[in-house]
Design a protein around this ligand. Sequence first.
Ligand code: NAD
Length: 269
Amino acid sequence: MNRVAITGASGRMGRTLVRLLQNHDELVLTQASDRHDSPAIDRDAGFLDNLPDTGVTVARELDAQQLDTVIDFTHPTALSDHVSFCRRHNKALMVGTTGLGDSELDLLKAAGEDICVVLAANTSVGVNLCASLAATAAEVIGPVTDIEIVESHHRHKVDAPSGTALYLGQSIADVLGKDLKRDGVYQRHGQTGERPDGSIGFSTIRGGDIAGEHTVMFIGENERIEITHRATDRVIFARGALRAAEWVTRKQLKGEKGFFGMREVLGLN
Ligand code: NAD
């Protein structure tokens, strides 16, 4: 079994990861940490999710002797400490934290020169598969169809379009040589004029408790192709993160290094 540390252990993702690790074939939870003022410090990692004792106490710092890989779903401000820790102690790193700036991205890429790093803003296997399918569809029919992306989320979401919708759009834009800043259409109201040729449209629905739905449409003459992903629970992100952690740990233990994304983890083109 390979040994995993969860940072941000009291967070929504951290708790889900701790829960999934209780019954995992390849990974075992040996360390958990959280921010210095977290109420979880010095408690068992299972405490916040009402799990039976995991035998792992949430600490302020990680112990390098007790882990092979760090999984980070925290906050951009926490990242640099976790990156330097992994680099210093030659440990693999799986990062799911979003909202990273250029400096954090540079830090992660630089770490890939010494250790194995996976960065994934969306760890869902299904979403990454949809991005790959959308890229393939764009290659074949992109130039002769109108491309629209529709996303729906719960009423509490504060940003639009979702990061996942933008990720799907970027996967298509990369294939077609487009720039979302120039070719993305994010609002339509009033006298919009005709649809600009070659644009990628984004539409947003907000309501209730929708966990997250994304549909990419390739709309042509007399036919329409749709690729849809529907999430019903955030556990899909945790499952994908553990798959990435398994992959990156195996690579690190073989002495490899590099900076990777979910496409490499899942073997998608
Ligand atoms: P959360 O707010 O529930 O949990 C964040 C955790 O990080 C908490 O335990 C908090 O104490 C800890 N933390 C915050 N600042 C810290 C610091 N400076 N040092 C150490 N620990 C710190 O959030 P969440 O919903 O669990 O999401 C966490 C991150 O993961 C966010 O960036 C979120 O956008 C991202 N996320 C990514 C995916 C994905 O698929 N990659 C999926 C869900 C969430």
